[in-house]
Design a binder for this molecule. Structure first.
Ligand code: KIV
Length: 307
């Protein structure tokens, strides 16, 4: 048998490992040539060029948040093509009440973990409140940390017209930017958590914001909590993809916060969330079973013991 050079052998093994984690071929559509963001095969990271190509093909795609390596690896193996290390980590992972207190150090640490846990997904890291509002230079300094130290493939920031100068400089510097308009949770103290874009004036402003971020060079834009008809209109008006959350079915992509959609979040979740599992109950049940086994002396058993 021919001996492969070590480097080639390693590359082949890495390729096989990545392929084995991809969705079953049955998920492939015959027409997509394996390029589909979800269900396609790819032995490399998804890039913003793949996202642009998906918009041209009229393909819808899913995005989930992730805040740690292990959860991210599960979503990567399930074929989720884009993961957002959202500053929703503030409420969903770090125990803050809002996203406002989240720091750039925290986002850098969480983003690096998600990058380490994944092989295929494009990782988008959120710029937290206070890390870009001073202006383009501050935005560039902060985004550079997420790209260089954490290894993210893109960053996200909030704001339409008000953030276009920041987006321009980041994009000019080679950093892909996902914008975020509509409800922008970092502005909770002035905006609250209310539907945005209702009424003629507000709808026209949302459309201006969407065009401003596209003109500034953003590769995609999140539309949060806006009327479905308006989100569909914005989607038709843009050549970059829209990513909806609470924005109806007319956007190019959909994003959900993973702890909401898997039922780990305690208490009420927003109406737009679909709960695909009840992890909170599963985990609490398992924790109670473990506690009862320990208290009752049925764990550990002989099979769990070493001699
Ligand atoms: O931080 C986050 O998770 C987000 C999503 C809600 C889009 O910004």
């Amino acid at each position: 048998m021919t001996q492969l050079p070590a480097a080639q052998k390693q590359a082949e093994q890495a390729e096989q490992a990545t392929q084995s984690t991809q969705p079953a071929p049955s998920a492939l559509k015959p027409s997509d040539g394996g390029k589909a963001l979800y269900g396609g095969k790819s032995t490399r990271r998804i890039t913003v060029r793949d996202i642009a190509a998906a918009k041209e093909r009229g393909e819808k795609w899913p995005m989930l948040t992730a805040y740690d390596a292990m959860t991210a690896s599960v979503f990567d193996e399930a074929g989720i093509p884009v993961m957002l290390v959202g500053d929703s980590a503030g409420n969903c992972h770090l125990g803050y009440e809002t996203t406002v207190p989240v720091t750039l150090d925290e986002m850098t640490m969480l983003s690096a973990a998600v990058v380490r846990g994944t092989k295929r997904a494009l990782i988008v890291a959120d710029l937290p409140f206070g890390s870009y509002q001073e202006g383009p230079v501050q935005a560039l300094r902060s985004a550079t940390r997420l790209i260089k130290e954490a290894g993210a493939g893109a960053v996200k920031l909030e704001g339409g017209e008000r953030s276009h100068r920041q987006i321009e400089l980041l994009v000019e510097s080679g950093i892909p930017v996902m914008a975020h308009i509509g409800l922008t949770p970092q502005s909770v103290n002035s905006m609250g958590y209310r539907v945005q874009g209702r009424g003629e004036e507000a709808a026209a402003q949302l459309l201006r914001d969407a065009k401003a971020v596209q003109d500034a060079g953003a590769f995609a834009v999140v539309l949060e909590l806006v009327p479905a008809e308006l989100a569909a209109e914005v989607t038709r008006a843009l050549h970059i993809p829209t990513v909806g959350i609470g924005a109806g079915p007319g956007t190019d992509a959909q994003v959900l916060v993973w702890t909401d959609m898997l039922g780990l979040t305690s208490g009420r979740v927003p109406k737009f969330v679909k709960k695909y599992a009840d992890l909170r109950e599963v985990m609490a049940g398992a924790a109670r079973s473990f506690a009862e086994d320990v208290v009752g002396g049925t764990f550990p058993l002989e099979e769990h013991s070493v001699h």
